[in-house]
Design a protein around this ligand. Structure first.
Ligand SMILES: CCCCCCCCCC/C=C\CCCCCCC/C=C/C(=O)SCCNC(=O)CCNC(=O)[C@H](O)C(C)(C)COP(=O)(O)OP(=O)(O)OC[C@H]1O[C@@H](n2cnc3c(N)ncnc32)[C@H](O)[C@@H]1OP(=O)(O)O
Ligand SMILES: Cc1cc2nc3c(=O)[nH]c(=O)nc-3n(C[C@H](O)[C@H](O)[C@H](O)COP(=O)(O)OP(=O)(O)OC[C@H]3O[C@@H](n4cnc5c(N)ncnc54)[C@H](O)[C@@H]3O)c2cc1C
Length: 664
């Protein structure tokens, strides 16, 4: 058997649910599905968006090609009158990090969230028409996580009514801002505000970087690219920049002044808006990153699942077919939890989008009450989903054996492009520590304040601390209430235990630092409660289509019981479960894997990923893997000639024992 075409045809016949209806459930609605499907096909059928050759290109060629794709996309957006939602889908399917990500997802949102009405009126139309191109310059060579530690200064000059933006040290050089090295004309620069020699916190300033006519850097600005990043292709389509400012003057009205203002006289005015709103853009992007995690993980899982059905190893009797590797229980126990995680992240991402929209409306009406919860949820879920997705993509590579290491599997580039999500928009550990602060506060207030939102379950603190799990059979684990309660009890107990240990420290900050590893674990436990509960809430909704809800229920149990198995140390140490109950959960997990097995291919087909998006020979929809791998090998430019450059010069002299006289 040369290809896996027949295998995937057979696999698709095994599905026990309506795949078309599952596609709608994954997309969120029929309208969302149709929109997404239309844009996916638009991109897949346009040769300019070809990306299979990307990892072979040198940096300059790669970058120029990326500029061409953006220009073509922008032309399509105008010609086809695409809405902002459609344009963002177009970006998703083009699948290439570019300066426009920063323009649309950071520069514009920063002005929307932190600008005054006047600033919005001036800058937003220019940015939305791409008449100015902006980036987000916060991180410096010396500081990224610690925003309050930034060194760039913005000193008000009352003589000229201007701010003077300056990089006083090498470590204050802006370092990383995407789109800045070669493209952006403007940036939101975060800098320490200095008025009359006094420091007034870090604020955002709109700084013009380049001449709009000839694109040269403005006087006082030194700008360049920070160098090649991890992996070929991958994030190297982005021009991450370094910028030094040498006393660059900008008008006073280019400080983003919704949160605080500087008057003509140089007086600092703090409005009622909390200073945390300065971090609002990061809350927005973290929410987007959570939504993106399910897309990335589902791609890797789709490739690994299809290939696992095509690939056969061992077990041949009398020349008959070998076993499909997807039938190995070990393969299932590594792959199916990732499949279930993709669905879990999809649904929690949908919920987080709702939460963010709600917070945004409140902020616009100057209601800041839900901001701490939104910050904790976006920070925690960003950390949980990106860490699991990055690990999951790497696991999918291993699930594909040696062929997974080939660039043509599509996995190496996906991994290299994805992993920085664990670091950017907040290092994942730093983000979990933010959740920890929120949890510690919630726990310390339990005696007199009812927790709300995602911590509302802690209202039942007494019951969750005292009662234990009642499961007696593997079957009894198939109860959403039982599963959610187990996660809530473990999380509450871990958070309360941290609170009790913290109380023993005289200095709370010292205690927090000392216990930070435990606090991160407690935060993860809390974030898992959110993901598990949001999956259950999804299942409580009407989900049309034959067998769709049943399969989603199976995936819910796979996700939750897999986590329970993985973290059984916590569940046992907190005393909520007995070893016997943990073992019953694992027994149930094996039964669940056998329920997923016949549906596995249909479940990944339901993501509706095009071959263009997957860009993977192993994950091809038709399963025609081996002939295409063979063809691709001989199409590689390295195989253009049987005799590679350098063979005559460096290998043949060795073969002839003439190396000492050869010119090297
Ligand atoms: C062709 C045309 C196509 C057009 C369409 C294009 C569409 C594109 C689609 C693209 C797809 C995907 C989008 C993704 C794009 C992503 C690109 C990403 C590139 C990367 C960018 C970056 O990385 S930007 C830099 C990010 N930096 C960070 O995240 C820094 C992390 N550090 C911090 O956030 C803070 O310093 C930290 C939270 C760690 C601590 O802050 P600090 O003030 O020092 O500390 P505290 O004193 O601890 O905090 C004070 C209190 O404030 C609370 N708090 C902190 N942060 C927030 C917040 N964000 N919101 C609300 N509250 C916050 C904190 O909890 C404290 O509260 P308390 O009650 O006092 O304890
Ligand atoms: C691909 C990419 C694109 C980026 N794009 C942009 C951009 O457009 N604009 C921009 O401004 N920035 C950008 N960044 C920068 C990014 O936001 C920072 O790298 C990120 O916030 C992490 O900060 P750091 O690099 O200072 O890490 P560090 O804080 O130096 O982290 C190093 C280690 O220290 C640990 N650590 C740090 N603080 C603590 C703590 N308090 N407690 C415990 N452990 C801690 C971390 O967990 C980590 O293990 C980008 C980064 C990347 C990789």
């Amino acid at each position: 058997m040369e290809g896996g075409v027949d295998y995937l045809i057979d696999e698709r016949k095994k599905a026990q649910f309506d795949v078309e209806a599952m596609k709608v459930a994954w997309a969120g609605s029929r309208q969302a599905f149709e929109l997404s499907d239309r844009i996916a096909k638009l991109v897949a059928n346009d040769p300019i968006f070809e990306k299979f050759s990307r990892p072979m290109l040198g940096r300059k060629e790669l970058f120029k090609n990326s500029l061409r794709k953006v220009a073509h996309a922008w032309k399509l957006i105008i010609d086809l009158r695409l809405s902002e939602e459609e344009a963002k889908l177009l970006r998703h399917y083009i699948d290439e990090p570019a300066y426009t990500d920063l323009q649309w997802e950071m520069f514009i949102p920063a002005i929307e969230g932190q600008g005054t009405e006047e600033q919005k009126r001036k800058w937003l139309p220019l940015a939305r028409k791409m008449q100015v191109i902006g980036s987000y310059a916060q991180t410096e060579l010396g500081h990224g996580s610690n925003v309050q530690g930034l060194e760039t200064t913005a000193t008000f000059d009352p003589q000229t009514d201007e701010f003077v933006i300056h990089s006083p040290t090498l470590t204050s050089s802006k370092w990383w801002p995407g789109g800045t090295a070669k493209v952006s004309t403007h940036a939101i620069v975060y800098a320490r505000l200095i008025l009359d020699g006094q420091f007034h916190g870090v604020h955002g300033f709109i700084v013009q970087l380049r001449n709009l006519e000839n694109h040269t850097p403005l006087p006082g600005i030194t700008v360049g690219d920070i160098g090649m990043k991890f992996g070929n292709g991958a994030y190297n389509t982005m021009d991450n920049g370094v910028i030094r400012f040498n006393h660059v003057h900008i008008p006073r009205n280019q400080m983003l002044m919704r949160v605080s203002q500087v008057t003509r006289e140089g007086k600092f005015v703090q409005s009622d808006v909390p200073r945390q709103l300065l971090y609002g853009t990061m809350v927005y992007v973290r929410q987007k990153i959570v939504a993106d995690a399910s897309k990335a993980l589902s791609r890797a899982v789709c490739i690994a699942t299809r290939y696992s059905a095509v690939r056969r190893q061992f077990g041949s009797r009398n020349g008959g077919p070998e076993i499909q590797v997807i039938d190995y229980k070990t393969q299932q126990s590594r792959l199916f939890p990732l499949l279930a995680s993709a669905y879990a992240f999809r649904f929690v991402g949908e919920w987080l989008k709702w939460l963010y929209t709600d917070v945004k409306q409140r902020l616009e009406a100057n209601d800041f009450s839900t901001l701490p919860e939104a910050h904790a949820c976006t920070a925690g879920l960003k950390s949980l989903t990106t860490s699991a997705t990055a690990d999951g993509i790497e696991e999918c590579r291993k699930l594909c054996g040696g062929h997974g290491y080939l660039v043509s599997s599509g996995i190496p580039e996906l991994f290299a492009t994805y992993v920085p999500a664990c670091t950017f928009e907040g290092d994942n550990v730093v983000m979990m520590l933010q959740v920890a602060r929120f949890l510690v506060k919630t726990v310390s207030e339990l005696g007199y304040k009812q927790p709300v939102g995602t911590t509302a379950y802690m209202r039942r603190v007494t019951a969750l601390m005292q009662s234990n799990c009642a499961v007696r059979t593997a079957e009894e684990w198939l109860n959403p209430g039982v599963v959610v309660e187990a996660f809530e009890a473990r999380s509450t107990r871990m958070a309360v235990a941290c609170g009790q240990r913290l109380a023993k420290f005289e200095n709370p900050e010292e205690g927090f630092a000392e216990l930070s590893a435990d606090l991160v674990e407690a935060s993860l436990a809390h974030c898992q409660v959110i993901v598990v509960s949001k999956f259950v809430e999804k299942l409580q909704q009407e989900i049309p289509g034959k067998g769709v809800k049943r399969l989603l229920e199976v995936l819910f149990y796979v996700y939750a019981l897999f986590l329970l198995h993985k973290h059984q140390g916590d569940f046992l140490a907190t005393g909520y479960l007995t070893p016997k109950q943990a073992s019953l959960a694992n027994d149930q997990l094996r039964i669940l894997y056998s329920k997923v097995r016949p549906n596995a291919i249909a479940l990944v087909d339901s993501f509706n990923h095009t071959d263009h998006l997957l860009s993977s020979i192993l994950g091809r929809y038709d399963g025609n893997v081996y002939p295409k791998l063979y063809e691709a090998a001989f199409n590689d430019p390295f195989n253009d000639s049987d005799i590679a450059d350098g063979i005559h010069q460096y290998v043949q002299p060795m073969l002839r024992q003439e190396l000492h006289s050869a010119k090297l």
